[in-house]
Design a protein around this ligand. Structure first.
Ligand code: GDD
Ligand code: MG
Length: 330
């Protein structure tokens, strides 16, 4: 058997105004099921419902419960780990590993972000990486398509059984480094992992002893926990990281540009439910309004009912700055 940890605590600021503090992107249903539901369904290919834990913010507890029930399963409260505040992915993952280890012992544990499009075939590859995960922290790599700066970059080294040793892991490099890495064969970190809990705890104890200790307690105190991602906190520093390449469809749906690229389009490259006249390559989403687009190109038009975003599709990464602007005005 294999355990699964689903990370569903992020806010997804680049999808404002659809993704909000009270309703973040992983729970949005843009075409049928939410990203969280898709992730849960995929996890069921390698784990039974008891073997799946969801780590999320206490505000999202009912989103998790309701959305799992909509899929026809029930999730016990002991499998929903509620964080009092977001402290990034290392504490969330540590908590999930601790809970699964205490119940099931040293079974392999997979980690899934809940904001990705992913080919289901990946689940077999992940499951079959269990032997490699007996000695290594396994990360799943994707061949880069552009020198994007929002990802971790992985340099594969010597071949191991079922993957490669990782020579270097660099989280979110600057644009020049990203280009250099891409040109020299680095892979992107998909954000999905497979660990043996015992290897994970050995490495955590070595590099983040305080975090290791905090999560030995039955009720970890989040206020004192360091806020850090697993990428900076463990994967950049550990020398026991291995990578398994995934040559499959994968997409981080972090921005409207990514959503646009993954949507069906008309002959003029327009996506979304709108009347398009003399317009090309636009992306429209509206909760309940009729939308008409005239003479526009390369624009995202997003209406959430109480807020409207109009944005150049080449500039959708900067949407996250808005959230800072609004927050600073209170
Ligand atoms: N429970 C919980 N608590 N979940 C969290 C928290 C938290 O405090 N912070 C983030 N998450 C969840 C997010 O909802 C998302 O599903 C996942 O953890 C990853 O967090 P992101 O904030 O989206 O990370 P990222 O996209 O900047 O970078 C990571 O993913 C990239 C691939 O998409 C890194 O692992 C990169 O190396 C990787 O390339
Ligand atoms: Mg992400």
């Amino acid at each position: 058997s294999t355990g699964s940890i689903i990370l569903a605590g992020g806010v997804g600021t680049r999808l404002w105004p659809l993704s909000r503090e009270q309703f973040p992107k992983q729970f949005l249903k843009l075409n049928g099921a939410s990203f969280f539901q898709d992730t849960y369904t995929r996890a069921l290919r390698i784990s039974s419902p008891e073997e799946i834990v969801v780590v999320t913010n206490e505000n999202f507890r009912y989103h998790v419960k309701n959305q799992v029930e909509e899929l026809g399963y029930s999730i016990d409260d002991s499998r929903i780990l509620l964080e009092s505040e977001g402290k990034n992915t290392l504490p969330a993952i540590t908590w999930g590993v601790r809970v699964l280890y205490d119940i099931f012992g040293d079974i392999p544990v997979a980690v899934f972000p809940s904001d990705h499009i992913l080919d289901e075939k990946a689940m077999d590859i992940i499951k079959n990486s269990a032997p490699l995960a007996k000695k290594n922290l396994v990360v799943f790599g994707i061949k880069p398509t552009a020198p994007l700066t929002g990802y971790g970059y992985i340099k594969p080294g010597e071949a191991l059984d079922g993957g490669f040793a990782v020579k270097e892991f660099k989280e979110k490099p600057g644009p020049e480094k990203a280009k250099e890495y891409m040109d020299s064969g680095y892979l992107w970190n998909s954000g999905m992992f497979l660990f043996s809990p015992e290897v994970f705890f050995e490495e955590l104890k070595k590099y983040r002893p305080d975090m290791y200790e905090e999560f030995e307690r039955p009720h970890p105190d989040y206020s004192g926990v360091e806020s850090i991602s697993i990428d900076y906190g463990l994967l950049e520093v550990s020398d026991r990281v291995a990578v398994v390449p995934l040559a499959l469809r994968w997409n981080d749906l972090g921005s409207f540009r990514a959503l646009y690229e993954n949507s069906g389009k008309d002959d003029n490259g327009n996506a979304g439910d709108a009347e398009f006249v003399g317009s090309e390559n636009n992306f429209v989403y509206s909760k309940d309004k009729k939308v008409a687009v005239l003479g526009m190109t390369n624009t995202a038009i997003i209406d959430s009912g109480d807020a409207l975003l109009v944005c150049d599709l080449d500039n959708t990464e900067s949407v996250k700055e808005l959230v800072g602007i609004y927050a600073s005005r209170g």
